[in-house]
Write a protein that binds this ligand. Structure first.
Ligand SMILES: Cc1cc2nc3c(=O)[nH]c(=O)nc-3n(C[C@H](O)[C@H](O)[C@H](O)COP(=O)(O)OP(=O)(O)OC[C@H]3O[C@@H](n4cnc5c(N)ncnc54)[C@H](O)[C@@H]3O)c2cc1C
Length: 295
């Protein structure tokens, strides 16, 4: 009987990976370092990281759980902390870790490389395959499992990082995985106030708001988890409306799994028009209110 060992930080990530793990193994074990997650795996562990420690140092506990439970395949969420834990486990196992995986078929993992200019197929050598996945590869709604969650006592490593302080950031309500509709904003938005036009359209569509990378990392109009693309979230909604986004490949690889792509751009030669199903050539300040009103 094959077993999958899932390491996750967020609840959505845990559910998604457990749903994916079911396709790869008969039994699913989950370890989370965020909130406890019930109903997603056959066996679920939660590590409560004490206030004076950092989640990355939960690796001692994660590795011990792995020693007890085992696993033929390890699935890790692609968040900073989970990546750190997965890396530690892979190192301990002497296993190869394949990151940024978008699909696994017959033990062969597909991932992008060279900033999304290429797609690579790779197979992990060794007894244990270790993969990490960005958001949106699997369907979180399909996760099933026991409601029991076992609390695993945090065990600090010998040279633990001592947390000297922390500051809470405003909570993020971004939930792109599983969204049916997404309105994504790009650099075509000249000012932060204009984002209200996208919010109005999103409200009409019942859509989540997302963005291109410059709007989350160049300016901080959006949280990091809201940007779509090769280094951000990979999404597959029914409808993806790309507004003021040029359509660079690094962005489009994150949304080309959408059933329908609609583009709004004032430049008729923008590459996004080659990747969309419907396109509006025009200024977003005119097109968005008209679209919202028409809906
Ligand atoms: C290794 C690497 C990884 C990367 N990863 C990502 C990633 O994960 N996600 C990501 O998004 N990017 C990523 N990028 C960046 C990517 O290459 C592009 O630079 C970025 O996607 C461009 O964002 P944009 O389309 O919003 O901006 P721009 O390319 O500047 O496009 C803005 C568009 O808005 C249009 N516009 C301007 N004004 C208006 C208006 N008033 N009305 C309508 N349209 C208007 C313009 O015609 C233009 O097409 C990565 C780059 C590298 C090198």
């Amino acid at each position: 009987m094959s077993k999958a060992f899932v390491i996750a930080e967020t609840e959505n990530g845990a559910r998604e990976l457990c749903a994916g793990a079911r396709k790869l193994a008969d039994e699913v074990v989950l370890v989370t370092v965020g909130a406890p997650v019930a109903g997603a795996a056959d066996k679920s562990f939660h590590i409560d990281v004490p206030a004076g420690n950092i989640a990355d140092d939960a690796y001692v506990t994660v590795n011990k759980i792995y020693d007890a439970e085992g696993g033929d395949v390890v699935l890790g969420e692609q968040t900073l902390r989970a990546l750190s834990l997965v890396g530690r486990l892979a190192a301990k196992l002497g296993a190869a870790a394949i990151t940024g995986v978008s699909a696994v078929e017959g033990g062969v993992a597909t991932s992008m490389y060279f900033g999304g200019t290429g797609v690579r197929q790779a197979k992990a050598a060794g007894d244990v395959s270790v993969y990490t996945f960005g958001a949106g590869v699997f369907d979180a709604a399909e996760a099933t499992g026991t409601d029991a969650v076992e609390e695993a006592a945090f065990e600090a490593p010998e040279n633990a990082v001592a947390k000297t302080g922390s500051e809470a950031l405003p909570p993020s309500d971004v939930n792109l995985a599983g969204a049916d509709a997404i309105v994504a904003c790009g650099r075509g938005f000249g000012s932060e106030e204009d984002l209200q036009l996208a919010r109005d359209l999103a409200a009409k569509l019942g859509a989540e708001l997302a963005c291109s990378r410059p709007l989350a990392e160049g300016v901080d109009w959006f949280p990091r988890e809201a940007y779509v693309g090769v280094s951000g979230a990979v999404v597959s909604p029914k409808v993806y409306v790309a507004v003021g986004i040029s359509g660079q490949m690094q962005h489009m690889v994150g949304c080309n799994g959408a059933d329908v792509i609609v583009a709004v751009n004032k430049d008729k030669n923008a590459p996004v028009f080659k990747a969309c199903d419907y396109g509006f050539v025009g200024d977003l300040k005119t097109v968005l209110p008209a679209l919202t009103a028409a809906l």
